[in-house]
Design a protein around this ligand. Sequence first.
Ligand SMILES: [Zn+2]
Length: 279
Amino acid sequence: MKKMATMLAIASYLACNSPETKVPAADTLAKKHTDTTATLHGDNLVKAEAPDAGSEMEQGYCLPRGGNGKMQSPINILTSEAGKDDQKGMIVKFQTDIVGAENLGHTVQLDFKEGSICMADGKTYNSKQFHFHTPSEHLIDGMTFPMEMHIVNTLKDSTPNAKPSYLVIGILFKMGKENKFIKEFLKDLPSEEGHKDSIPSGSVNLNDLANEVVKSGKISYFSYDGSLTTPPFSESVKWVVIKQIVEASPDQIIAIEKLEGNNARHVQSVNGRKIVSHS
Ligand SMILES: [Zn+2]
């Protein structure tokens, strides 16, 4: 099965880069992928996880077909080209409770309790979940990091039928000392794909991580307008990539990497988008 997934990834690469090559079209591959089992997830093949995802499809090495956007994520953030905004760092406050840990095969995800919120930039968002990418999806000055965490929030006043508008907070990790926050849930992550375990209320506290990146209630970060990095790649994401690089022990990062494999989408073209540096 693993071998088949790799072959699909190669075929997808060829399909994206050589239009004349006699390989199945990307949509055929996507269908094939859907028709087979949920275990077909090799490197760079992911399941749709966003609330507005229509179907399962493969991530591949290039932009998805149809509605190819110019505001895709992740990107390589060039610090020298980021516009400065020294006025204010964003005030971020979380009121969250973490109640579930899921092994989705392509990522490990922890779920916030219904009603958890994130207040940022004067707006209130519903905090949905956080998950990990190994290695990082965003690059800083061309440099990749061993792990990136995404905290996914949707705008609270989104009506059920409206396309969700996201605030995703990206936190980059490097190898160093053991991370208190990760320690709180690492033992609770199910080792079997597709399994979900509940977490006792209060045993995992996001503020233990926030304390490492939020100074005096404010954060230093890069912001830009982009997309989800998994299907359906919706371009309705306000990205906040925290400047503070957080440490986690090699054992912690490797444990997560073992569960999810390489699940980082390749960097996408910036296409002249404004990246703002907030100190
Ligand atoms: Zn993500």
